[in-house]
Design a protein around this ligand. Structure first.
Ligand code: BES
Ligand code: MN
Ligand code: ZN
Length: 498
């Protein structure tokens, strides 16, 4: 896919499709007015007849429109312009780009707004969102098909006003970087679990890191034992595949304590001896989405040269019921000395994170965000499209929630009352790894809290939004790359302002 910029009128560019955004119950944007004039009022008539409403995600195709350089026009509904959000722009262009991708070899010209349109989002912000959507909408989950039925456009041309040349060039470059990061996360989630296991994930991370300019260190099982990571190692014991921990470092600032991003990387979660039923296991190749999100986000932070320090930690294991598998009733000693009675081997993610979080704390990091497909209970609480947030430090959580809002991703905070922690008391050890049936997303978070000490920490449970089972007009099935953009927004906000 070739990405270019063109300054001037959208009527002049020649492409297979001209993508023209239209709002709901609003006058046409400047680009729309130009096309309306060139076509003798065609758009006005369509709107007056009610054929084009501008509703969010509405696509209207016009063919052989006289007076235009492009062969076809696709009117893209943005929804209400008065309160236009990142999420609207994202959804509108994803829908359009996915639709255009049903045919191979198409060229696309995308008409950007101008400052005179006075949208609530700046031209640069709108452009960046559109560029991300072009990348994300062009990559499908059909990684293993002989004949994919989705194709990236051959060429995408961003058409802008001459006044915006510099800002649009920067925004498109940033959007491409973000979109490629989201697609990297999606691809890793979508690859099958015979291909992606701890060693191959770590190899891929090392490769991607060197391309992006990150330093990467991979801990093997011996090094993990030296680091006393017995909870993580216990989970790995039932698998023929040895565990790994990937440590990525990004240095974009002098001496500031780094931000730590910690990801759950269970490359397949069978449940272990507490075996999952087959239907629940079908999507458990996606249980490494947290780790893939950390990797994707850090490649973007490095390529964007954000001025801060970040360490990315990925705990990679396969949870299997092999002959050496960890057992119910076993007591594990985590890296920080806390002893854990295992009462369900399917509550494995928290055991992996326990050791990785305490490793992060020992590195002297200033703040932590962890990402994990941790509990089905979080999906029960918030549904499939919203991530759960949990914290020991409200200002830090507020910063994460604000970043998510800017990124157009939905996150909702859940409480951390002490009464939940009491439900993790064990008769034989410091704690057990599962609580009672109800409130499982919160007891899981209270478990993690025992391993972060006093470091400001936010846990994001992405069990719902990390993976979609059935596609929607704006969303492919499979990995979504959710939270990559939120993390990059957060890192940008954490960067000291020059
Ligand atoms: N990986 C699962 C959580 C999950 C469930 C992710 C559904 C995505 C979709 C996790 O390891 C798990 O099995 N959690 C158990 C915890 C329980 C045993 C306390 C769960 O949610 O049932
Ligand atoms: Mn599990
Ligand atoms: Zn799991």
């Amino acid at each position: 896919m070739k990405i270019d910029l063109a300054s001037g009128s959208p009527t002049a560019v020649s492409a297979d499709w001209l993508l023209l955004p239209v709002g709901e119950d609003q006058p046409l944007l400047e680009s729309g007015r130009t096309v309306d004039v060139a076509t003798g009022g065609a758009l006005t008539r369509l709107r007056e007849a009610g054929d084009v409403t501008g509703k969010l995600g509405e696509l209207t195709r016009l063919f052989d429109v006289p007076g235009l350089g492009s062969r076809r026009v696709m009117l893209v509904g943005l929804g209400s312009l008065a309160a236009l959000t990142s999420a609207q722009v994202n959804r509108a262009f994803l829908t359009a780009v996915r639709e255009i991708g049903t045919k191979a070899g198409r060229s696309v010209a995308l008409a950007l707004p101008t400052a005179a349109d006075s949208l609530p989002l700046s031209v640069a912000e709108f452009t960046r969102l559109a560029a991300v959507a072009v990348q994300v909408g062009s990559a499908s989950p059909q990684l293993y098909r002989g004949q994919p039925d989705r194709h990236p456009p051959e060429r995408v041309l961003f058409v802008h006003s001459p006044d915006d040349s510099a800002a649009v060039a920067v925004a498109v470059a940033q959007g491409n970087i973000l979109g490629e990061a989201v697609n990297l996360t999606r691809e890793l989630v979508n690859r099958h679990p015979g291909e992606v296991y701890p060693e191959t994930f770590a190899d891929r991370a090392a490769h991607v890191a060197s391309e992006a300019g990150l330093t990467c260190e991979v801990f093997d099982e011996h090094r993990l034992a030296q680091e006393r990571m017995q909870a993580l190692l216990a989970v790995a014991r039932g698998s023929a595949r040895p565990p790994r921990m990937v440590v990525l470092q990004y240095r974009g600032a002098a001496n500031a304590a780094p931000l730590a991003l910690v990801g759950k990387g269970v490359t397949f979660d069978s449940g272990g001896l507490s075996l999952k039923p087959t239907d629940s296991m079908k999507t458990m190749k996606a249980d490494m989405a947290g780790a893939a999100t950390v990797l994707g986000a850090m490649t973007a932070m490095a390529r964007l040269r954000l001025p801060l320090n970040v360490v990315g930690l990925m705990g990679l294991v396969e949870n299997m019921p092999g002959g050496s598998a960890y057992k119910l009733g076993e007591v594990l000693r985590a890296r920080n000395g806390v002893t854990i009675e295992v009462l369900n081997t399917d509550a494995e993610g928290r055991l992996v994170l326990a050791d990785v979080l305490s490793y992060a704390v020992d590195q002297g990091v200033g703040r932590i965000v962890d990402l994990a497909t941790l509990t089905g209970s979080c999906v029960v609480a918030l549904g499939e499209q919203v991530a759960g947030a949990f914290t020991n430090h409200q200002p830090w959580c507020d910063a994460v929630l604000a970043a998510a809002r800017r990124a157009g991703e939905d996150v909702w905070q859940l409480p951390m009352f002490d009464s939940y922690a009491e439900q993790l008391k064990s008769d034989v050890a410091d704690c057990k790894n599962v609580g009672p049936r109800w409130g499982g997303a919160i007891t899981a978070a209270k478990f993690l809290e025992k391993f972060v000490g006093q470091t400001p920490w936010v846990h994001l449970d992405i069990a719902g939004p990390a993976f979609v089972e059935s596609p929607q007009p704006h969303l492919d099935s499979g990995g979504t790359g959710v939270m990559v953009r939120t993390l990059v927004e957060l890192a940008a906000a954490e960067s000291p302002q020059p």
